[in-house]
Design a protein around this ligand. Structure first.
Ligand code: F6R
Length: 615
């Protein structure tokens, strides 16, 4: 939520900051702004709307500067207006700040600052930070202190409850950016006589090859040649510099008309990346060294608790089916946001696994931290290399899906469920699964990229179907067993990018309520690939038809369903163990083409942001 960039160096800061902001727009796109410093002259431009609106506004105010900060906002406190856009400037005009996070005690801080004569222009929680910093600079720091700016920020942050990633500049220190983090990611990129600050490596736009990941409660003083980091308790930090693998971060559209389309079509490759080096055909099992657990430790696990949010939570539900079916280990799945506050009883030999594409979702991160505080062994499945969740978990598996930029998660989902299948296989082969069953699943996993590539060939047919159905305002998505999470995910995709109301339900549960919605105006999408229950799903389809409901079936058995449904998306026949990977794809394409038909901005759906770093 919210993207921050900062630059200090020898070049014109403004185009570099705008370039970085464009790469970070997936984090929020309600408004954007920039603050530039040239000596003690500060220029601030901020506008409601996307980064290109800011860019054209900047064209009207050319201002050459070698240092600046910028922001793209996802609104939390205060409406989407120019006034509430970042950067915020202290009322004495000496400091400018960009913020990602939520200041929970902002009302108290605001009252305090007002009592000290500072005034406010916005309704945001963020503006209190910049005035508090100005106050500490003016009243609470020694003018002779060499790092006076850093110290003022540090002293101010001691009073802040909540989360922040901030970058601050000051008219008194035209060669310094102070950056700090608690709960919201912030990185410092190291270039040649230049330093960049960003919420994500993408914000460096390929300009830095090395990076410092700030940890919580660390504050950095950044100049073009240096970086000093202290903790909020004023302890000097020896930080680690890591190199950036730009191949993994490649985020160009490669000729597709949107990131979402590109990412849907990348799935054969992203699934292949999830599998690469993780299969032993000889042993008929998976090879998952990232878990950092010995086979003996893994055998002692007698319960697994998965935690995640949104699409990643749907991947956890798939994992529940797979692990219980193959490895016979009981699995619970919790929303990360609920887990942190519920204090649920957890059995002592429980392994906690969190799934997060971004590796920065605050609820998932806090669920992980709470699990660690309780002494549980934790694992993370994440896509973002070096993300906070991947760094804080005891072990984990990277997805290697490549950067997912489209706000609606697609390739990350299929990659997560592929990794969960590998995990199920690995755990199962340590327990009761035979060599020959393991071999069948290994062969199936190896064939998954090809099967998904074949499924993608259905795109033109799915596009036609989407055109036909784009006029409807409500949809039901139905599936059973492993396809129930796919129904939830299909409904989520449709609602988030096309703003059509859609509900995912277990197919048989429909009779217990949702069937009331069935009418010629509410089509149903039925997932039907489970051999064991074709006949049951057929009955569900008949029940819908009897009420004049329209049906699209996503099935690998078109012969059985063709007489009972209106439209069929006929999947390639694959082994049962990978059906859920293949069947996820048509629902993504359906949502995508419906949204395009309605003229929606699929990569930046309204009200959403890619990484949810506020509660
Ligand atoms: C939906 C979507 C979200 C994310 C959720 C968790 O398309 O992308 O529901 O899945 O916000 O995000 P991560 O996986 O980054 O923790």
């Amino acid at each position: 939520m919210c993207g921050i960039t900062g630059y200090v160096g020898c070049r014109d800061a403004s185009p570099i900051l705008i370039e970085g902001l464009k790469k970070l727009e997936y984090r929020g796109y309600d408004s954007a702004g920039i603050a530039l410093l040239n000596g003690s002259d500060m220029e601030v431009v901020k506008k409601k709307g996307r980064v290109n609106v800011l860019e054209s506004e900047l064209g009207k105010h050319p201002f050459c500067a070698r240092l600046g900060i910028s922001h793209t906002r996802w609104a939390t406190h205060g409406a989407v207006t120019d006034q509430n856009a970042h950067p915020h400037v202290s009322s004495d005009g000496n400091f400018a700040l960009v913020h990602n996070g939520i200041v929970e005690n902002y009302e108290d801080i605001k009252k305090f600052c007002q009592s000290q004569g500072y005034t406010f222009k916005s309704q945001t929680d963020s503006e209190v930070l910049v005035n508090l910093i100005a106050y500490h600079y003016e009243k609470r720091t020694d003018p002779n202190l060499p790092n006076r700016f850093l110290e003022a920020v540090r002293k101010a942050l001691v009073h802040v409850e909540g989360t922040y990633g901030i970058a601050v500049i000051s008219r008194f220190h035209p060669d310094q950016i102070v950056a700090a983090r608690k709960g919201s990611p912030l990185l410092i990129g190291i270039g040649n006589s230049e330093r960049l600050v960003a919420s994500d490596v993408l914000g460096f736009a390929g300009r830095a090859n090395n990076v410092i990941y700030l940890e919580d409660e660390q504050i950095a003083l950044v100049t073009k040649d240096n970086c000093d980091i202290v903790t909020i308790c004023n302890k000097q930090i020896d930080f680690e510099v890591k190199s950036i693998d730009w191949d993994l971060e490649n985020a160009d559209m490669c000729g597709f008309s949107s990131y979402m389309e590109k990412e849907i079509f990348e799935q054969p490759k992203s699934i292949e990346n999830a599998i690469r080096g993780r299969i032993s055909s000889d042993a008929s099992t998976a090879v998952l060294s990232g878990l950092n657990m010995t086979p003996t430790e893994l055998r002692q696990i007698d319960r697994i608790l998965f935690c995640a949010c949104g699409t990643a939570w749907h991947a956890c539900l798939v994992a529940e089916y797979l692990i219980e079916k193959y490895a016979r280990i009981p699995v619970d799945v919790e929303y990360a946001s609920e887990f942190r506050y519920r204090n649920i009883p957890v059995h002592k030999n429980t392994l906690v696994i969190v799934i997060s594409q971004s590796g920065e979702t605050i609820d998932t991160l806090e669920a992980l931290r709470e699990s660690k505080r309780k002494g549980f062994r934790t694992l993370a499945i994440t896509n973002s290399v070096g993300s906070t969740i991947s760094r804080e978990s005891d072990g984990g598996l990277y997805q290697y899906a490549g950067k997912e930029v489209g706000v609606a998660s697609t390739k990350a989902f299929t990659s997560q469920v592929t990794i969960c299948l590998l995990l199920a296989l690995y755990l199962a082969r340590m327990r009761d699964m035979s060599f020959s069953d393991g071999k069948r699943i290994v062969e199936a996993i190896k064939s998954a990229p090809e099967a998904v590539a074949k499924t993608l060939e259905l795109a033109p047919r799915i596009k036609e179907i989407a055109k036909k159905y784009a006029k409807y305002k409500d949809f039901l998505f139905l599936g059973r067993l492993c396809e129930f999470p796919l129904a939830l995910e299909g409904a989520l995709k449709l609602k988030e990018i096309s703003y059509i109301h859609a509900e995912g339900y277990p197919a048989a549960e429909m009779k217990h309520g949702p069937i009331a919605l069935v009418s010629p105006d509410c089509p149903s999408v039925i997932f039907a690939t489970s051999d064991e229950i074709y006949s049951k799903l057929l009955s569900n389809a008949q029940e819908i038809k009897a009420r004049n409901g329209k049906i699209i079936a996503i099935t690998d058995n078109p012969e059985i369903f063709s007489a009972s449904v209106d439209d069929i998306i006929a999947l390639p026949r694959v082994d049962a163990s990978i059906k859920h990977i293949v069947a996820a794809v048509p629902a993504q394409l359906f949502a995508y083409y419906v949204a395009r038909e309605l003229g929606c901005d699929v990569d930046k759906p309204r009200n959403l942001a890619k990484a949810v770093t506020v509660e």
